[in-house]
Every structure is written in structure tokens, then in C-alpha cells.
Write a protein that binds this ligand. Structure first.
Ligand code: PLP
Length: 361
């Protein structure tokens, strides 16, 4: 059976990319060595690095007054990196809480400031939703605003484009949604994302930062989290995660070949509509997120009879549908369907779900 991997992260990579990496693993560009084994300062690697940045910029249409940093430390590293770089002489920042990861960012920020938390979680007709941005009550002395546009665990998305006053520095954790839909980078001060969901292997973190926000890091900010230091050293202040950078570069090329982010957005819409459709058309499955805030990347669903959870997971695994167990804090099931998950994978999942319901409903 063909395997489809619905892991939330580290997550599925495009099969073509893995094949290419396999072919090149031991003898990269005829050098008789692996790309993993060469210096990050060699001209060969610098070419890989520059090409990856260029493709990433093309894909997201990143304006020239933004820097792209290739960092260590993951999403959680940036939970500290954002306050350490942006607080300046301010003592507070606005943090919108709409789920698990936004709340985790607040917890980390408390080490550096007194976050002003905007609880944006609401219930609409018994369904979980998020207050629209126009109702977020920003404070007037905040260094920046932070939110998470896609809550990987809760399956909640905030797809609105920020349209705040020009002096509001908007920062956002795009870890589980970057490159899945078109965004207007110019509305943000900082965008960051761990690579291991929609980009490449774990170990690499992308930061997009507006130029004028550089140079304000706290004196105690570790150099490896300092945006200015990383920028001045072309993200090579310390040894970067070279293999993850190379592989992410292959994913960017693959994305371009698929038609770029606009094309991915279309497929992601089709994939999520197919899965939500099956969930909504049955009493056997349910998803309790309001339509306006449903994630296209991470789709949690419950079986009406949780006694069947174990059987569902066993049978789905046997059918080649892997990693469907929901996060431990919410239970049930979750299908993560990032860019690299083909429509055929979601079709296989929904076929299985319909058949499972027929047999056990
Ligand atoms: N932010 C979001 C939205 C995530 O989904 C995750 C991980 O799943 C993180 C942050 C934490 O990322 P990392 O494990 O790279 O620190």
C-alpha cells in the first residue's frame, strides 16, 4: 500500500525532493562528497544558500526592505527571539491568545516583559472561533503585537490580513502555515516559522524581518538569536543547519515547479474542503471549529463514539494512512495536510473514513 503521512511535524516532504536528495546524498554535484560534509563557507554551499533565499523571496514576494534569516532554534527559539530583538526600551507587548502555541509564546515572553494578553478565543453557535482583528484591543505602549495565524494543535486559523495603524509592529508565528497561502509580507514586522512542517527538515527556522527593526536587540540577547548579528553575517554567525538549508532549497524549487504559492493555495483549499466536507456530512465525525476560523493545514476531528478511536487508528494505519492520532491535549484525530500532502492522500483518507463509518456507524 502507498503510505500517506499526516504527521503534524516533522512532516511529509515532497517525494520528488526526497528522491533527488537520495540520489545526491553521497556524491553532490560530482564533488564525491555529501552537501552535509562541505564547509558552509565554500562557494558551493554559499550558492545553495543564496539560491534558497532567492527562491523563498520569489515565492512569498518578499519586499526588498525585508531581510530573510536562516536560523537555529525553531519556533520556540523565536518565542524568545521576538521580545529580545523588538522590545527596545518598552516593557510590554500585545499578545493575542487564540490557542496552544500563542499561549506558549506568552509564557516565554513573560521572561522578558509583561505581555498584555488579548484573549481572542470566542464561541459562535457552540463552535470555537477567534475574535476578528478589528475587535483586538491593543494597548498604547506595546513594542509589538504577536499572534499565531495557524494553531497547529487546535486546528484554528486567523486568515485575516493585518490592517493596523502603520506604527503597530505585527509579528506572527507562521510555523504551520507558511507558503500554504498567499500573504502580504509588507503588513508584518516579523514573520517566523520552524521549517519542519511546510518547508523542510527540523533544525532550520526562517525569519523575515523588516530592515528598520534591526539593531534594537537587548544587550543580553544571545548572538545566535540577534537578528542584526545574523543579518550582518548572512545567517552564518555560527554554523547553520546546512543540510536542512539545502533540502529546504529543493522544496522551494519544487514549489515553484508546482506553480508557486498561489497554486498551492488552490490545492490546499481543495484538500481541506474535501476533508471538512466528509466530516460535516456525517454525524459519525465532527469538527467543532467555526467555518471562518478552520485551518486548511491541521484538521482535528472526533469520532462520535470515542470507543472506536483505537480501532480507527489501527485500521487507518494498516491502510497506509499514518500519524492520524490527535495531539495529547485534545485527543481524537488530526490530519495535517501541508503542501507536500497530495490531493490523492486526502482522497485516500476520506475514502477510508466513509468506509469506516459504513462498517462501524
Ligand atoms: N509554533 C507553532 C505554530 C507550532 O506548531 C510549533 C510546533 O509544533 C511551534 C511553534 C514550536 O516549534 P519548535 O518545535 O520548532 O520550537
Amino acid at each position: 500500500t502507498q503510505v500517506f503521512n499526516f504527521s503534524s511535524g516533522p512532516a511529509v516532504l515532497p517525494a520528488d525532493v526526497l528522491k533527488q536528495a537520495q540520489q545526491e546524498l553521497c556524491d553532490w554535484q560530482g564533488l564525491g562528497t555529501s552537501v552535509m560534509e562541505i564547509s558552509h563557507r565554500s562557494k558551493e554551499f554559499i550558492h545553495v544558500a543564496e539560491e534558497a533565499e532567492k527562491d523563498f523571496r520569489d515565492l512569498l514576494n518578499i519586499p526588498s526592505n525585508y531581510k530573510v534569516l536562516f536560523c537555529h532554534g525553531g519556533g520556540r527559539g523565536q518565542f524568545a527571539g521576538v521580545p529580545l530583538n523588538l522590545l527596545g526600551d518598552k516593557t510590554t507587548a500585545d499578545y493575542v491568545d487564540a490557542g496552544y502555541w500563542a499561549a506558549s509564546a506568552v509564557k516565554e515572553a513573560k521572561k522578558y516583559c509583561i505581555p498584555h494578553v488579548i484573549d481572542a478565543k470566542i464561541t459562535v453557535d457552540g463552535l470555537r472561533a477567534v475574535k476578528p482583528m478589528s475587535e483586538w484591543q491593543l494597548s498604547n505602549n506595546a513594542a509589538y503585537l504577536h499572534y499565531c495565524p495557524n494553531e497547529t494543535i487546535d486546528g484554528i486559523a486567523i486568515d485575516e490580513t493585518p490592517a493596523f495603524a502603520n506604527d503597530v509592529v505585527v509579528t506572527a508565528d507562521f510555523s504551520s502555515t507558511i507558503l500554504s497561502r498567499e500573504i502580504d509580507v509588507s503588513r508584518f514586522g516579523v514573520i517566523y516559522a520552524g521549517a519542519q512542517k511546510n518547508i523542510g527538515p527540523a533544525g532550520l527556522t526562517l525569519v523575515i524581518v523588516r530592515e528598520d527593526l534591526l539593531g534594537k536587540a537587548h544587550v543580553a540577547c544571545p548572538s545566535i538569536l540577534d537578528y542584526s548579528v545574523l543579518n550582518e553575517n548572512d545567517s552564518m554567525f555560527n554554523t547553520p543547519p546546512t543540510f536542512a538549508w539545502y533540502l529546504s532549497g529543493l522544496v522551494f524549487k519544487w514549489l515553484k515547479k508546482q506553480g508557486g504559492v498561489a497554486a498551492m493555495e488552490k490545492v490546499n483549499q481543495q484538500k481541506s474542503e474535501l476533508l471538512y466536507g466528509v466530516i460535516d456530512h456525517s454525524d459519525f465525525y465532527r469538527n467543532d471549529v467555526a467555518k471562518s476560523n478552520r485551518s486548511r493545514m491541521n484538521i482535528p476531528f472526533q469520532l462520535a463514539d470515542s470507543e472506536l478511536d483505537k480501532l480507527f487508528l489501527e485500521e487507518s494505519f494498516a491502510a497506509g494512512l499514518h500519524a492520524l492520532k490527535g495531539h495529547r491535549v485534545v485527543g481524537g484525530m488530526r490530519a495535517s495536510i501541508y503542501n507536500a500532502m497530495p490531493l490523492a492522500g486526502v482522497q485516500a483518507l476520506t475514502d477510508f473514513m466513509v468506509d469506516f463509518e459504513r462498517r462501524h456507524g
